[in-house]
Structure formats: C-alpha cells, structure tokens
Design a protein around this ligand. Structure first.
Ligand code: C2E
Ligand code: MG
Ligand code: MG
Ligand code: MG
Length: 293
C-alpha cells in the first residue's frame, strides 16, 4: 500500500509540476499586460513611530488584481516578473503611483507631522544602468521631496554589487534613504554593513515572531536594534502581530514598526481615511494648516 501510495504521489507530483509550469508561463505572459490593463494596484501599510504611536510612513506593496484568478500575491508575481523582465515596468509603475499618492497625503498633514514612503526595489532593477537617473527624473517630475522617500533593498542586492552600490550612493546624495529589507535573513555581512550606503535596518518578521516574553527569543531583534544604534541606523520592525511585541520593541529602543497589530496593507480609500483621521487628530496647534477634503 505504501508503495502504491508513493508511486501515486510521484505521478501527481510530475503532472502537477508540468501543469504548474504551464500555468506560470501563462501567468508570466499575462503579467506583461497587467500594468496597461489597469490590473495592478498599490496597497499601503502604515509604519508607526513606536515612541509616539504616530503614523510615520507607509510601505507601498504591489497587488495584482487578476481578472479571473482574483488577487495574485507578490510572492507569486514578483519572482515571475523578475524572470520575465517585467519587473522594470512594474517597479517604476509602483514607484510613480506611490509618489503621486503619498505626496497628496503629505499635503494634507502639517509639515512637521509628515510621512514617508518606503518602496521595495528588486535587485534586478538596481542592475539597470539608468536606475538612479530614472528615479531622480521621476521624483522631480512628481515634485516629491526626496527626503521622504525610502528605497528598500535586500542584503544580497548590495553585497559586492557595484552597480547597485553606485546607484544607491547617488540617490542618497539627493536625500533619498536606503533600507535593508528582511535584515538578518541574508548574508549578514557585518564587515560591510558600516560601509554600505544604507540608513535603515528592517528587522525581519521571523525575529519579531520570536518576541514572546522569553529573553532568548528577543536576542536577534535586540542585537539588530543595538547594531542600528551603534552604526546610527534607524530600525524598523516588520510583522508585529501582538501588542506585547510592540511593547517589547519599544523598550528595546526600536524606532518604527509595522504589522497587522497596527494595520494591514490598505487600499487607497482606507489609507485615505486614516490620513484624514491623523490630520484631524493632530493637536490643535494654532498654526496647523486647514484640512483638505
Ligand atoms: P516585504 O517587503 O518584506 O513586505 C512585507 C510583507 O509582510 C508584505 O507582504 C506584508 O503584507 C506582510 N506583512 C505585513 N505585516 C504583517 C504581519 O503582521 N504579519 C505577517 N505575517 N505579514 C505581514 P506582501 O504584500 O505579500 O509582499 C511580499 C513581498 O513581496 C514583500 O515583502 C516584498 O519583498 C515583495 N513586494 C511587494 N511589493 C513589491 C514591489 O512593488 N516591488 C518589489 N520588488 N517587491 C515587492
Ligand atoms: Mg519591504
Ligand atoms: Mg522586500
Ligand atoms: Mg520585509
């Protein structure tokens, strides 16, 4: 019986993977039209300042609303976009959308209350010679304040990648900040970290998940926060789901945090309402500008 089951399982596996391959090929082709067909959206996940609880910024997260399959998650379509080369088009579309949208939200908030935009950038985008120029051209066209833009890259996109390093160095000269996403999960090259063109460490959510009141569980998160303090880098924790995790990160001195405990990635309408509320709740300073909307 065990043998039969195994061979049956194998058959299913082979057929399944062929089907999966075909399906991915179709999906990859459809991805090429997704932007022009208006199927891409950007969701915005609030990033909260732990010391005050204020909205500090948002991370832009791409969403593909497929006409028949429903929402295809980025974990599926981003790798596919990288394989097919559509990542360049999708990446610049997300950046432009988000810059225009977040600028509108910034304009509703008092300047000192501001908010920043954090956008994921694929390693492949950083290989393109024109990347930095295109980003600069885009923020100028949109009239976006570069000091309020963060580009999120992974460790592996930076280490020994000359093109990526020169793009990010150039962009940082314009005031754009760079974050290392999912920090701690890549090749933790502490040797290079102090010399990398980065400003922010994003603590991967797998380390946040270990924050359960047990000191051993806090070890990695605490180490990253201390490292950030020593190297004068901001720290942002990802994937906060429990109130106790937010408390613990605050005590450890982490700067900002995001996660379902605060808010899920939100569609434009929902984020819009949140910005209006943040604007309304802003202490009634006499010089607070009038609210739009
Ligand atoms: P990421 O950059 O690390 O983004 C954070 C991911 O964690 C998002 O998944 C977000 O929805 C999820 N998340 C947020 N809070 C929580 C929480 O409390 N618990 C859990 N379990 N998850 C939480 P999402 O939106 O599915 O994106 C997955 C990844 O896809 C992103 O990981 C990012 O690497 C990539 N991605 C998304 N949008 C883009 C894009 O426009 N360009 C590129 N290059 N990559 C993107
Ligand atoms: Mg990210
Ligand atoms: Mg990422
Ligand atoms: Mg991450």
């Amino acid at each position: 019986v065990a043998k039969r089951r195994r061979s049956h399982g194998w058959q299913v596996y082979v057929e399944g993977s062929m089907e999966l391959g075909r399906e991915l090929a179709v999906l990859g082709e459809e991805l090429g039209q997704a932007v022009t067909a208006g199927e891409m959206r950007v969701a915005y996940q609030p990033i909260v300042a732990l010391s005050s609880g204020d909205l500090a910024g948002v991370e832009a997260l791409a969403r593909w609303h497929h006409p028949t399959r429903g929402i295809v998650p980025p974990a599926t379509f981003i790798p596919l976009a990288e394989e097919t080369g559509h990542i360049h088009e999708i990446g610049s579309w997300v950046l432009e959308q988000a810059l225009v949208q977040v600028k509108q939200w910034q304009d509703r908030l008092p300047p000192e209350r501001g908010m920043y935009l954090s956008v994921n950038v694929s390693a492949l985008q950083l290989e393109r010679p024109a990347f930095a120029d295109e980003v600069i051209e885009l923020i100028e066209r949109v009239g976006y304040n570069p000091a309020r833009l963060v580009l999120e890259v992974t460790e592996s996109a930076l280490v020994n990648e000359a093109a990526a390093l020169s793009h990010l160095t150039e962009l940082r000269k314009r005031g754009i900040r760079v974050a290392i996403d999912d920090f701690g999960t890549g090749y933790s090259s502490l040797r290079y970290l102090s010399r990398l063109p980065v400003d922010i460490l994003k603590i991967d959510r797998s380390f946040v998940a270990e924050l359960n009141g047990d000191p051993a569980g806090a070890a990695v998160a605490e180490a990253v926060i201390r490292l950030g303090q020593i190297l004068q880098l901001h720290t942002v924790a990802e994937g906060i789901e429990q109130p106790a995790q937010a408390t613990e990160l605050t005590m450890l001195g982490c700067d900002n945090a995001q996660g379902y405990h605060f808010a899920e990635p939100l569609a434009v309408d929902a984020m819009d309402a949140l910005v209006n509320r943040a604007s309304a709740e802003w202490p009634s300073l006499p010089e607070a500008p009038a609210r739009v909307s």
